[in-house]
Design a protein around this ligand. Sequence first.
Ligand code: ZN
Length: 600
Amino acid sequence: MFETTPTRGSSVIYSSGATGSPDLRFLHYNDVYHISGGSQDPVGGAARFVSLANHYREAPEFASLPRLLTFFSGDSFNPSLESSVTKGRHMVPILNKIKTDVACLGNHDLDFGVEQFMYLAKQCKFPWLCANVVDPAVGGPIGKLKGTHLLKNNGVKVGVIGLVEREWLDTINTLPPNLQYSDAVETAKELIPQLRADGAEIIIVVSHQREPNDVRLAQETPEGLIDIILGGHDHHYAHQIINSCHVIRSGCDFKQLSYIEVRKKTKDNSIPGWHFDIIRRDITKEIPEDPETVQIVEKLSSGLRAKLEQPIGFTSVPLDAKFTTVRTRESNIGNFVCDLMRYYYSADCAIMAAGTIRGDQIYPKGVLKVLDIVSCFPFEDPVVVIKVSGAKIIEALENGLSKVPALEGRFPQVSNIFLTYDPSREPGSRITSCKIGREEIIPDKKYTCSTRGYMAKGKDGFTALSRGDGAEEIVDEENGVLISMIVRQYFLSLKVLGKWRRGGRIRDLFRGLKRDKAGEGELEGSAADESNGEDNELSDDESDDVEFDVDALHAGPGDHSEDEFQEPEEFRSRDLIKRAGLNPLGLSHRRGRNLLKKFR
Ligand SMILES: [Zn+2]
């Protein structure tokens, strides 16, 4: 069905050269959030994903082979549009439908608290593992999870251990107190011999940590201790062999998976170890949807969807929300949102952790839907304003840059901050220059800074922005407005987003040299605000800051092909707003909050 060569979306990642019937077969996936597919390939979607998994399970060419073992490396219960309503419940039937055999705990699986996670895990027909985070209150791994698991398949005992990194524990809002974290390498060295003693012939790590931490795990454990590391937490596809150990991460979001065939190096075990043959599959449009899963997804998303499918505005340039962009350099969507956060409260600057941006895609030129905004910014904590010293701002930015080149969510997206940093320097002293506006930042001067409530709580290493570190709250969480609401209010007032360019805010010392022409421009905007400016607070505030580019607004079909976007004129009409079910009048903060509830 799919294997007839060449199959679109299928690529051989590693070929061992081994032949004959496999001894084991694995399917691996990680970091799944959106159960509905997208519109551009790889479209993903749970229904196509299940169909492909079933194909590897049941198609004639596979039916006589060993049963497929399915491994999931964490992050599924949040964040997504659905999860904001279901608190993760919607994902349970999907994970079960995929016939997952073992999962590793991911950070976002704990977003609604450990209790809720335990409630969800109980309904899963497979164990969740986490060996190296111990909760003294339960006398074992967090959430009463198991650390390791033994599976038997085709006469082979398969040992699985779940390991996570320390970094993401700092990012979670609500965790039990006194958690004890043990180093993943040390935990592997301690627990894997026990799995071997229990008869495990092959050792699989399911992990939820960044690629460099998986690499370190492979590097710092004795050769042969671990056979393969199936990682999650990153969203890109990657494979490497470190110290004879395969290290894989399989993309994300039901858009990719790995199919792995495993063969003993020698049948009599005279040479220990295993050959792995790894195929990456992208979930493309050609893959049929599994009808039962379609029904599950439909049921879960109907109602919610109709409201969210409404257009909210129009962008004349693609908005780059890809993780690989927003977590490594400034991006137009990061600049756009940070500028709005700053304008909204007339703050001196804004800092937003890139992890706030969840879209992980490029929003093409054209219509933006309510869904695009809410699913790109699903977090529940509002924007706050704090007063902090220049020294603390530097400290916060250093924290944001400290993990580069890892794709960490703490990477800073900023507004009215212009910095240069040198990633070859030690974390904590990478910034070589920093300006607020046109002036060098002054360490003992106080600045107002828009940021997320999450960061002002010192999460993700942003202690420098917390009250405990001397930050003064100007607008607290109680009174703050959600990012998605600020963005939506902006569109309601303007209708058309112009060119939010990369503006030379953040420069990697080396990359920056190559493209030093970015200049200091920030918003090259285009907007129309004829219909309701008077009624809308945001637009009043905006009028001095935003340069309107009327030409771009009136660009007609001659400049763009018809199918790329609809006439911008349409987006200036009140009808559109009414069709979207939104009230164009009087969007006060309070009413704005009520408005959002409609879409939850
Ligand atoms: Zn994660």
